[in-house]
Design a protein around this ligand. Sequence first.
Ligand SMILES: NC(=O)c1ccc[n+]([C@@H]2O[C@H](COP(=O)([O-])OP(=O)(O)OC[C@H]3O[C@@H](n4cnc5c(N)ncnc54)[C@H](O)[C@@H]3O)[C@@H](O)[C@H]2O)c1
Length: 294
Amino acid sequence: MSARLQNKVAIVTGGGAGIGEAICKKFAREGAAVIVVGLASDPVREVVDEILASGGRAIGYLGDISYEEAAKDCVEVAVKEFGKLDILVNNAGAFPAVSTIDKYPTDAFEYMIKNNVYSNFMMTRAAIPHLQKTHGNIVSAGSEAGHMGEPQNTPYGGTKGFVHAFQRGVAVEQAKFGVRSNIVGPGPIDTAWTHKETGPMDAKMEKMTTQGVPLGRRGTPEEVANVYLFLASDEASYVTGATYYVDGGVTISKGPHGDEVPSNLKKEPVGGLNLKHSKDGNTKIRQEATASMS
Ligand SMILES: NC(=O)c1ccc[n+]([C@@H]2O[C@H](COP(=O)([O-])OP(=O)(O)OC[C@H]3O[C@@H](n4cnc5c(N)ncnc54)[C@H](O)[C@@H]3O)[C@@H](O)[C@H]2O)c1
């Protein structure tokens, strides 16, 4: 099978860790030249070196791409180094706190607006003129939380909801220039965030995170990268404005949240209707004549 991203040039933000590392390595293995983007404290250098050592093409870019200057510079560096830009992966993001909304810290809210919203906007705006030239595409990290909301980190879901709506708008607006845009919505993935030892989740939230997953486990970063690869490749040429959930089924499942409700709040209202048939519904296969009721 030929490499699916042969001769493509891809920027991957947040490429030094977590899901981003998997996207960078997957794309490089499929023939793309990758610009691995991260903050100065991220292991970007290691990821680049590992890609080079396995025969791939990659450079690192250290900078905070939620700032306009860094986003523009990152795109310029990519085009200068590799001559063009085919793919922008907006993967960088943050999940800094767990708290109910009444106590939610303002600085954590602002941090997510910066890293989840500004970064996506700044990189998209800077990349679009180059993607128009190559008829390229964007794949952004949304979340099942961007669709369903996220209890215990409600602003996080809000910032991901922005990504979903923003990129759907980009998809429609840019279609006439041959540019596609899609969203990947991971469920709980096996990165630092979903472990109480390495992220802000406490033991209870960590447990609830996987309890509601029909497939019964976290996803791996590579399982998410597989879907990024498809959407970024020419195989997805008729896919735009789509959200692909890579979530073990959590978005469609109802989750364990009912367990959390105290019994005094579970009381049903008495109601004012004289209902006699609420449990008389047809729940079995019945062999009844379908004679008219006249
Ligand atoms: N892990 C999950 O369970 C999960 C679930 C749903 C969505 N997501 C989304 O997937 C993406 C990746 O998640 P992850 O778990 O791999 O995270 P991660 O923290 O392991 O990696 C994210 C990387 O992005 C970098 N980054 C953040 N803001 C940046 C900025 N402004 N400029 C440059 N680099 C920046 C971070 O430093 C970090 O290295 C995020 O957007 C996240 O919202 C993750």
